[in-house]
Design a binder for this molecule. Structure first.
Ligand code: E4P
Length: 216
């Protein structure tokens, strides 16, 4: 399973990248706004800065919702850097735009996926990635991991090449469960990635080793 970080924060991207396990980055308009990135030039500059830190796929989301505007916006985003993947919302015009991008050699990430039906449509349109929002599904009283399992089963039976990118990750256990359910990629906040490091017995064990090392 590939590891992406889900943030627009350059310091956090650098910290995750320095771990040596980072394969890419996802952003969305909320995450970009949080970093105070405003205006077309600043947005493009910020994506460029991310691409300079991480040599992997970087999702950049379109802000429009009609086919023509999404295509125009996506072409500009894709021109920023070869690693940019155009993120497109799961709506009717979004599916049309994904098909257009697929036919024109631009890679896509279909975002805001909450059902297997939506994932099938995006895969049929040729999306490079589909992003089911695990945490938000759990928040609404459904089972996000179960959707990953169902999508893995369907994609394998149908031979879809689209990668399952588990998103809206809330904690380290979500990452483990996504790996178990067969996600191709997990995009996570830095805290959830660092959460994988933690175990109290590791801390206790290391403290004892360091204490005993003084006697060596
Ligand atoms: C996915 O690409 C989204 O940016 C993200 O995972 C959404 O997560 P949230 O539910 O924590 O906002």
């Amino acid at each position: 399973m590939k590891f992406f970080i889900d943030t627009g924060n350059l310091a956090q991207i650098k910290e995750a990248s320095e771990l040596g396990i980072l394969d890419g980055v996802t952003t969305n308009p909320s995450l970009m706004a949080k970093e105070g990135v405003k205006g077309e030039a600043a947005i493009a500059q910020h994506y460029k800065a991310i691409c300079e830190i991480v040599d992997g796929d970087i999702s950049a989301e379109v802000l429009s919702t009609d086919f023509e505007s999404m295509v125009e916006e996506g072409k500009k985003l894709a021109a920023i850097h070869p690693n940019i993947v155009v993120k497109v919302p799961m709506i009717k015009d979004g599916i049309k735009a994904i098909k257009w991008f697929t036919d024109n050699g631009i890679r896509t990430n279909c975002t805001l996926i909450f059902s297997a039906g939506q994932a099938i449509l995006a895969a049929k349109a040729g999306a490079t990635y589909v992003s089911p929002f695990i945490g938000r599904i759990d928040d609404s009283g459904w089972d996000g991991i179960e959707l990953i399992r169902q999508m893995r089963l369907i994609f394998d039976i149908q031979g879809y090449k689209t990668e399952i990118l588990a998103a809206s990750i809330r904690n380290a256990l979500h990452i483990i469960k996504c790996a178990e359910a067969g996600a191709d990629v997990c995009t996570c906040p830095l805290d959830s990635i660092l959460g994988l490091l933690k175990h109290p017995l590791t801390d206790i064990g290391l403290a004892k080793f360091l204490e005993d090392a003084k006697k060596m």
